[in-house]
Ligand binder design. Structure first.
Ligand code: HEM
Length: 516
């Protein structure tokens, strides 16, 4: 950090703390804002104060009053992640770590401690590790994953559909990504409530976090050993067999990275997208008016509530300048999608929707840009879509003001999303969506395509799932076909609303695009 930054003091040096109610509350040595503790309950609000006071890059204090920069501007965040010649993700060059200001028990140590994973690697080593991860990801068949997401959604909805009530964070959003990721990496049999609890626990840093972390790591070690001995056609086997020659430890650490990164971020994305679809008048009106697809709602959520508010961290490799601030070699900088996405220079009107614009920071950028974004988006798109199709009358079961979030520097997590709906029967997870036995869905203006139901069936609107991808929406990322395709599913009964005739070209395209 620059010499202007205060020297580090301990967290319990109360003599330096102003009394509660004092305008300086929430500030630490040197009058710098703390990103933790009293005064930092509303981080979004704090980021706006910092932007006003310091511009697009602001000096702040982390726990133990460790100095840090938080990058608030959109362009400055982009510059940070896209300029590896100046900024690195390798924490071993961070001055407060080198000079002992960061203690081993620092609460952010799990993020700070350098690990031999692609997130922390640079240059050739980053290319080697990330290359293996992205090559293994390229073998994942998009359509079969989408089908799996759809079926997992049906399984989860079956658990609560007859009750007419559910809590969608705990009963849906926290489960779907774990079910999908366990399938993708090749341990579907390990997915259960305990695995979800363990991941949640390990990431929340509760008292049992270490035991939970061990539970997950043991499952990943068993998987690595099994696939090393007997490769299959899954992410783990491809990671092991990659020419990069990853060791067992490297394989296990990358499985952990993928499982946890995917789990934490996608739970937030699913919860936020569901909350938005259920409460935001812009989405309710637009979804019901047929102009807004679920993927567009998900994309808007990535702008307004990025699943990672900030990412710890980038480190300056040399003295430089960013956003008008003088950055010293060894300084740490928080990459910050949450304030970056609402930078008034790119979004003067926050209520304007961002349809068709994917320039948000939610997935990062540059060499470390999230390689799992297609899977993350697919889980949210298909999961939200299939849930709304299954429960078309779902609505929030509490006042919107009663929704609560837990906030940390890294993310903002919706605690609960209670909903109610008319009880529905269980559904065979292999069967495509059917509205035959369901109450009338919310009024939807059909898209101008041939979705005419069979003449004997009651006229129903198409499920939200059948909305078109917006014009210009790219096709899903190209995938490399698996050498041994998964066995064809059992023949599916024709749903009641399906026309008996062969689906037209558009329907076949939609089925291909949606993957189920
Ligand atoms: C919707 C959810 C997701 C969001 C918002 C998200 C966001 C991010 C962000 C912001 C980064 C860090 C970029 C940086 O260091 O500058 C990242 C890295 C990463 N993500 Fe994701 N992610 C999501 C889902 C996933 C999924 C589903 C996977 C795996 C299937 C995944 C795997 C990774 C990996 C391996 C990295 C490290 C890449 C590297 O350092 O080279 N993520 N993600």
């Amino acid at each position: 950090m620059t010499p202007e930054h205060p020297t580090t003091t301990g967290p319990h040096d109360l003599a330096l703390d102003p009394p509660p109610g004092c305008p300086a509350h929430g500030r630490g040595p040197g009058g710098l804002h703390r990103l933790y503790g009293p005064g930092a309950e509303d981080l979004d609000d704090l980021y706006e104060q910092l932007r006003e006071q310091h511009g697009p890059v602001a000096p702040v204090l982390l726990h133990d009053d460790v100095p840090m920069w938080v990058v608030l501007g959109h362009a400055e965040n982009m510059h940070l992640v896209r300029t590896p010649s100046q900024f690195s993700r390798d924490s071993r060059i961070w001055t407060p770590l080198l000079d002992g200001a960061v203690k081993p028990d620092h609460p952010l140590m799990p993020h700070i401690a350098w690990q031999p994973i692609c997130s922390h690697a640079e240059g050739d080593e980053h290319k080697r590790l990330r290359g293996a991860v992205t090559a293994a990801m390229a073998t994942i068949d998009d359509r079969s994953v989408r089908r799996y997401i759809y079926r997992s959604t049906q399984r989860l909805v079956n658990r609560f559909c007859e009750r007419g009530r559910a809590e969608l964070v705990g009963q849906f959003a926290e489960h779907l990504p774990m079910a999908v990721m366990c399938h993708v990496i090749g341990m579907p049999e390990e997915y259960d409530d305990r695995m979800v609890q363990a991941a949640r626990d390990a990431l929340k840093g509760t008292e049992t976090a270490i035991a939970s972390h061990t539970y997950v790591m043991e499952a990943l070690s068993r998987l690595t050993a099994r696939r090393r001995a007997d490769p299959q056609d899954d992410f783990t086997s491809h990671l092991i067999r990659d020419p990069a020659g990853l060791t067992d430890d490297e394989v296990r650490e990358h499985l952990r990275l993928v499982l946890f990164a995917a789990y934490e971020a996608t739970v937030n994305l699913l919860s936020n997208a569901l909350r938005m679809v259920l409460t935001d008048p812009r989405f309710l009106a637009q979804l019901n008016g047929g102009q807004m697809t679920v993927p567009e709602a998900v994309e808007q959520s990535l702008w307004d509530e990025p699943p990672f508010s900030t990412v710890f961290a980038y480190f300056a490799k040399q003295d430089t300048e960013l956003g008008g601030q003088r950055i010293r070699r060894g300084d740490g900088l928080l990459f910050a999608p949450a304030p970056g996405n609402v930078d008034p220079r790119i979004r003067p009107d926050l209520s304007a929707n961002m349809q068709g614009n994917r320039a948000h920071l939610a997935f990062g950028g540059g060499p470390h840009e999230c390689p799992g974004q297609d899977i993350g988006r697919a889980i949210a798109d298909v999961g939200v879509d299939a849930l709304l199709t299954r429960l078309p009358d779902v609505q929030l079961a509490c006042a919107e003001e009663d929704l609560r979030w837990t906030t940390s520097i890294a993310s903002r997590h919706l605690v609960e999303l209670p909903v109610r709906f008319e009880p529905k029967p269980q559904q065979d997870v292999m069967v495509r969506p059917t509205h035959g036995a369901l109450p009338p869905p919310r009024p939807v203006i059909p898209v101008s395509l041939d979705f005419t139901p069979a003449s004997t069936a009651a006229p129903v609107a198409p499920p939200l799932a059948t909305r078109l991808p917006p014009p210009g929406e790219p096709r899903p990322a190209a995938t490399v076909p698996r050498p041994a395709p998964e066995p064809a599913p059992a023949p599916e009964p024709t749903p009641a609303w399906e026309p008996a005739r062969r689906p037209n070209a558009w329907r076949r395209f939609l089925a291909w695009w949606r993957g189920y």
